[in-house]
Every structure is written in structure tokens, then in C-alpha cells.
Design a binder for this molecule. Structure first.
Ligand code: TPP
Ligand code: SF4
Ligand code: MG
Length: 350
């Protein structure tokens, strides 16, 4: 059941460049448990879209099945949406993106949805460098089906029922790096100052932008001994950088001290400013990111921040050299150029 929010806005609320207030990017009232990390991530998505002055009809939100996959109902009510089948969000997004490359694609998934039933789809979307933002709301459990351990649950993490997880957890960022994903970051649902600019940067990235967000499940995985609880993550968090994203239309106002900062220019002229906290880490060097991730893990830390970005990323449409015009806008004449042209093409093969 969905509860609709009142539409009234105070006239003095600040509008963005396209004339919308923040509430225009919200969805219906959430039915998730109070305190669920997923709701904070929805809030960060709303904030990011408001700040980049996104026109809501230019975005499509897609999801699989799970508490996490329910969240697109709770943000961006005025955007396109498709709630698909468990683990199948990447293939639905691939089809939509192939038909209309003019939209921003925002895929939302859970750790169960991605790391188990949807694993095959996840790795191939990375391999193809599909132009999309892929967010995993990672709580280390199957929240919707009553909290069973998921494949991302850390080894030894204790479930609410008291059992120790005997299996090694799958690190989705480590896997994405291994598969040459062109944008990989990790954040925490409780850290909006890092998550909002990361989502904005991911939306500007022309390729597969993966963000793994540690998102505690307050009902089934927030107990003592769980490595996904709010208290555990807060006590063990380690940041690669302080993060800021500047769209290319805006004047750059941030000036970091020399030697501690990096500015990455993106294809469209926007830039990412990173004030480095981790000395041996370079976000454009995949090996350095992998090493940092392993070093943090060995210390029992949760490394957050932008791990890696390929600023020369070529997305799937560029790889397959598709036509400039979105396929869903091609006319009958363009799709069927007539027998004369066809004969000429056939003759060219003889
Ligand atoms: C084909 C199929 N298999 C199993 C299920 C049952 N099921 C629903 S949600 C879910 C897991 C959800 O976990 P996750 O993706 O981590 O989302 P969360 O609820 O934790 O946010 C499962 C196994 C299903 N809906 N469809
Ligand atoms: S069961 Fe867990 S994941 Fe699902 S809404 Fe409740 S707190 Fe969130
Ligand atoms: Mg989950």
C-alpha cells in the first residue's frame, strides 16, 4: 500500500534552475521500517537530483525485488519507473538504454538481488559498460524475507538469531574493480555529505557507475556482533577522501591545499574534487584502489569514498557504434531506407 504525500509547497521554498523544489523529487510516503538505511539513501537520491536541477522526465529508475527495490516508489514520482523481477534489473535497464539512450538510468538493487540471483546480470552490465548508475543498498541480509544472511554478509558476522556466518562475504566493489567497472565507490547510508556528491558524479559518468552503500537493516541486522549495524560501521569507517562534485556550468569555488587534493575533469567539463585522506591511493589507478581496499579489510575497516574512476570511459553505445539518434526516435524511413540503398549495400559485399 502507498500513502501519497500532500502536494502543497510553501511559496518561499527555494527552487532549482529548472523551477522545482526538493519535494518535487520525492515519492510517496515510505512503508519501510522506521530507521531503515534504505530511506536515507532515497533521501540522498532526492537531494542529488534536486541539486543537479534534473528534469524528472529525463530519468528512469529501475529495480528488482527486496525492501531496497521498493524504494523507487519513495523517490522521483515524476520520473519513469520499472520495478522488475528479483535480480533482473540489469537486463531490463540494458533493454531500455538500448532503445533510448537519452535518459539517465538509475538502477536500485539489494545485496541479495545483486550478489546472488542477479549476479550473472550484474557482471555482464559491468562488462558492457552500460551507461547507468547502479546502487546496491547493502544491509548484508535479505530484509524483505525476514533477515537471512546474504552473500555479502561478512565472515563471522553474527545474525539476529545468534549464528556466526561461516562463509566469506562477496565484496561487490572488489568484484566491480576486478571486472574493470569504470566508476566504483562505496558509502554509508548515514553519511549524506559523501553520498550526495557521489550520486551526482555517478550520474555525470558516461558508463557503468557502481555505488555500494552500506545500509543497516534496523529490524534484522542491527544487533551486537553484526558488521552491518549502525554502531559497527560508525566505529570502523575509513574514508579515502573528502568528496565534492562540481557540474560544468558552475564556477569552481573549492580550493584544496596542494598535495592533499585531486581534481578529476569529466567528459562533459564537470569535475570531481577529492581531498585525499588515504596517502597511498589514487582514484584513477585501479591497482592502488584494489590495494587500499585489501589493506582496509585486513584492518577490519569499511573503506568509503570514490575508489576508482576511468575518466576516458566509453559506454556500450560508443562500443557498438550505435546511431546518434535514440532507437525509439528513428522513423520508418530511417529504419527502412528503401530497395535502392539495400541493393547498393548488397553490391558492396560482392
Ligand atoms: C525469483 C525469486 N526468488 C526469491 C524471491 C524471494 N525474495 C524476495 S526479496 C528477496 C531478497 C531480498 O534481499 P535484498 O536484495 O538484499 O533486499 P533487502 O530486502 O535486503 O533490501 C528474496 C530472496 C523472489 N521474490 N523471487
Ligand atoms: S526489514 Fe530491514 S531492510 Fe526491510 S525495511 Fe525493515 S529495516 Fe529496512
Ligand atoms: Mg539486503
Amino acid at each position: 500500500m502507498s500513502y501519497v504525500k500532500p502536494k502543497f509547497h510553501h511559496p518561499s521554498l527555494k527552487k532549482n534552475k529548472v523551477g522545482y523544489v526538493k519535494a518535487d523529487y520525492e515519492g510517496v510516503i515510505s512503508t519501510l521500517c522506521a530507521g531503515c538505511g534504505h530511506d536515507s539513501i532515497s533521501g540522498a537520491i532526492v537531494q542529488a537530483c534536486y541539486e543537479i536541477s534534473l528534469e524528472p522526465h529525463k530519468l528512469a529508475k529501475l529495480s528488482g525485488i527486496g525492501c531496497s527495490s521498493k524504494t523507487p516508489t519513495y523517490f522521483l514520482s515524476n520520473s519513469h519507473g520499472f520495478n522488475s523481477v528479483h535480480g533482473r534489473m540489469p537486463s531490463i535497464t540494458t533493454g531500455a538504454n538500448m532503445a533510448n539512450k537519452d535518459l539517465i538510468y538509475l538502477g536500485v538493487s539489494g545485496d541479495g538481488d545483486t550478489a546472488s540471483i542477479g549476479m550473472g546480470q550484474f557482471v555482464h552490465a559491468i562488462r558492457r559498460n552500460l551507461n547507468m548508475v547502479y546502487i546496491v543498498m547493502n544491509n548484508g541480509c535479505y530484509g524483505l524475507t525476514k533477515g537471512q544472511d546474504s552473500a555479502t554478509a561478512d565472515f563471522g558476522s553474527i545474525s539476529k538469531a545468534g549464528s556466526n556466518n561461516p562463509y566469506q562475504g562477496i565484496d561487490l566493489c572488489g568484484l566491480a574493480l576486478e571486472l574493470n567497472a569504470t566508476f566504483v565507490g562505496r558509502s554509508f547510508s548515514g553519511d549524506k555529505s559523501q553520498l550526495v556528491p557521489m550520486i551526482k558524479a555517478a550520474m555525470a559518468h558516461p558508463g557503468f557507475a557502481f555505488i555500494d552503500v552500506i545500509s543497516p537493516c534496523v529490524t534484522f541486522n542491527n544487533n551486537k556482533g553484526s558488521t552491518r549495524s549502525y554502531s559497527h560501521v560508525r566505529a570502523h569507517i575509513e574514508e579515502t577522501s573528502i568528496f565534492d562534485f562540481v557540474p560544468h556550468q558552475e564556477e569552481i569555488k573549492v580550493d584544496y591545499e596542494k598535495g592533499t587534493s585531486t581534481t578529476l575533469e569529466l567528459f562533459d567539463g564537470s569535475s570531481i574534487h577529492l581531498s585525499k585522506l588515504a596517502p597511498d591511493w589514487d582514484p584513477t589507478d585501479r591497482f592502488s584502489a584494489v590495494n587500499r581496499l585489501h589493506a582496509s579489510k585486513a584492518k577490519g575497516q569499511v573503506l568509503t569514498g570514490l575508489y576508482y574512476i576511468d575518466v576516458k570511459s566509453e559506454d556500450l553505445h560508443q562500443k557498438i557504434n550505435s546511431v546518434d539518434k535514440p532507437l525509439n526516435k528513428l522513423t520508418q524511413d530511417e529504419l527502412c531506407p528503401g530497395s535502392e540503398k539495400l541493393n547498393a549495400i548488397n553490391a558492396s559485399f560482392r
